[in-house]
Ligand binder design. Structure first.
Ligand code: SF4
Length: 271
């Protein structure tokens, strides 16, 4: 997250300039920092898909239980199923099948994908992250396409069940509600994010620090929105590998090793 470009700078640059920006390995570590530094405001950047939401929910829950007043969450959680529907219902859609992320499904299960597969007639294969998992997931997806099937299949059965982790889902629902969310390079997708419920508003950094609407200014050369939607490929971006590299990313998809642009760069894909 530290290197994700914002409109004018990134957190790593601010840290280099002396800002107190810290990396923690668990949101509960941020709660502990708040406990130990009552004279400081501690804001935890709660970002990610459904995978990271339970731990972040737990952090807020614990902060409230402890009565902490100097801890808050800047929430930027997003949800997978509404994003899939946004892609599939786009008139430019080219996506014919999905590998559903195993870590998201370990939390949420895969029951939410059943109506999507049926409505849009696309195969969805819940897939793990080892190389063999990915190969098998792709093979299962291609097999469905060749056979004209559009089902939800579970390649990652060693970790994922249909219903998922009910305790984690209950915790998410207790702390967060579903809200519209802006996706970088894509725009707002209805009901595609999580925000803190009213009971936890004292822990909402946006309210606490009067953050008004933020309009991120993307690099005009960056086409990551189109890449995220499967419409363009990274090497089709004029900045790919020249102005934009993992060391100097212009867009979010070049930052993490999971990003499409970073993967294309790393494995020297030009087609
Ligand atoms: S290569 Fe860089 S500038 Fe181009 S789409 Fe990817 S992240 Fe954006």
């Amino acid at each position: 997250m530290l290197r994700v470009p914002g409109s004018s700078t990134d957190l790593l640059s601010l840290k280099a300039q002396g800002a107190d920006v810290r990396i923690v390995y668990s949101p509960l570590d941020a709660v502990k920092i708040a406990q130990e530094n009552k004279d400081k405001e501690v804001v935890f950047f709660a970002v990610g898909f459904e995978t990271t939401a339970p731990a972040n929910a737990l952090a807020v829950y614990q902060a409230k239980t402890l009565g902490l007043r100097n801890f808050s969450l800047l929430v930027s959680h997003v949800l997978v199923p509404p994003a899939m529907e946004a892609i599939l219902s786009s008139k430019n859609n080219r996506v014919q099948g999905f590998l559903a992320a195993g870590h998201v499904c370990a939390v949420m299960g895969y029951h939410e994908y059943l109506p999507i597969a049926a409505k849009y007639k696309v195969p969805v294969v819940v897939t793990g992250f080892e190389p063999l998992d990915l190969l098998q997931g792709i093979a299962m997806c291609v097999k469905q396409l060749e056979e004209g099937r559009f089902e939800v299949e579970n390649q990652y059965a060693r970790s994922v069940t249909r219903e998922g982790n009910r305790e984690a889902q209950d915790l998410i629902a207790k702390v967060f509600g579903v809200i519209p969310r802006k996706w970088r390079g894509v725009g707002e997708i209805p009901q595609s994010g999580l925000g803190l419920r009213a009971e936890f508003r004292d822990y909402d950094a946006e309210l606490k620090f009067n953050v008004t609407t933020i309009n991120t200014h993307e690099s005009p050369e960056c086409i990551s929105g189109l890449i995220l939607q499967g419409i363009r490929k990274p090497h089709e971006c004029a900045a790919f590998g020249t102005k934009c590299t993992p060391e100097h990313p212009l867009g979010a998809t070049m930052v993490s090793s999971e990003g499409a642009c970073a993967a294309y760069y790393r494995y020297k894909r030009n087609s």
